[in-house]
Design a protein around this ligand. Structure first.
Ligand SMILES: [Cu+2]
Length: 273
């Protein structure tokens, strides 16, 4: 079910000088213009195949195996293969000066809302044993971990550090999306034409971190989506949802109320016909 984003990028759009839209995240790599917004984005057709950095992640009980301990800054295609017997996911989190152990302890003791929302960089969300899925995310230079938010998985070892090196490119290559899903406080905006197929752009238009977990409505099994991602960020996931009933859910904690976003409205039925 994994489609090649590298091939899709043949018909890609290049966003020139477009950085992360969140204004609290230092860019530093967009030339002299670090205050670009979506409105400044210039789209030009890419006329050559673009090499995307790839990070292959094998998930199992209880740990990750990464294809590399270093990836270059910029768009990174994160491919998860679940080689375990339980569901797993990959959330990429900037360490922001913490050690991986400190990060695990902080989330366990204080909740995911104890972290700066800007540290969340997305990734391929929950899938079952034997499944694979992929997410294209934007990574800046720094120290990161792959982290599993399923209950107790990180404490049991599903946290694996890696380093993003170099300089984020000024030109960000993005695939052509079949549709766009917006994450807002507190809900999902899903276009009427959404058919669960192809490359889906997932945009966090809220002012908190959000995620897109896709659950089968009948048995509650994970069907992928994008893991927790910073306000203002955009990620891409490849979906191949068979016709049926699904639920879109966000499990991020709201710092003001301490409630999970799904309790505040981020739980939405979606039917694929
Ligand atoms: Cu949310």
């Amino acid at each position: 079910m994994r489609r090649s984003l590298a091939v899709l990028a043949l018909g890609a759009i290049v966003l020139v000088g477009c950085g992360d839209d969140s204004d609290d995240t230092p860019e530093g790599a967009a030339g002299g213009d670090t205050t670009t917004t979506a409105a400044d984005t210039t789209e030009v057709a890419a006329d050559a195949p673009v090499e995307l950095a790839v990070l292959d992640v094998t998930s199992a009980e209880f740990g990750y195996e990464l294809s590399s301990a270093e990836v270059p800054a910029g768009p990174v295609q994160v491919n998860q293969t679940n080689a375990g017997e339980l569901e797993h996911q990959v959330t990429i989190i900037g360490l922001d000066g913490m050690t991986p152990d400190e990060l695990v302890t902080t989330i366990a003791d204080e909740g995911d809302d104890a972290l700066d929302p800007a540290v969340f960089a997305g990734g391929p969300n929950t899938v079952g044993p034997g499944e694979a899925n992929t997410a294209l995310v934007q990574l800046e230079v720094g120290e990161y971990v792959a982290y599993c938010f399923l209950p107790d998985h990180a404490a049991q070892g599903m946290v694996e550090p890696f380093t993003v090196t170099g300089e984020a490119p000024a030109e960000v290559v993005v695939p052509e999306a079949a549709s766009t899903i917006e994450l807002v406080n507190f809900g999902f905006e899903v276009p009427a034409t959404f058919d669960g197929q192809g490359t889906i752009e997932v945009v966090n238009d809220g002012d908190q971190a959000h995620e897109l977990t896709i659950l089968d409505a009948d048995d509650q099994t994970g069907q992928g989506g994008l893991t927790t991602t910073a306000p203002g960020s955009t990620g891409y996931v490849d979906l191949d949802l068979t016709p049926g009933d699904y639920t879109f859910v966000c499990f991020v904690t709201d710092p003001a109320s301490g409630q999970i976003h799904l309790q505040l409205g981020m739980e939405q039925p979606v039917t694929i016909t």
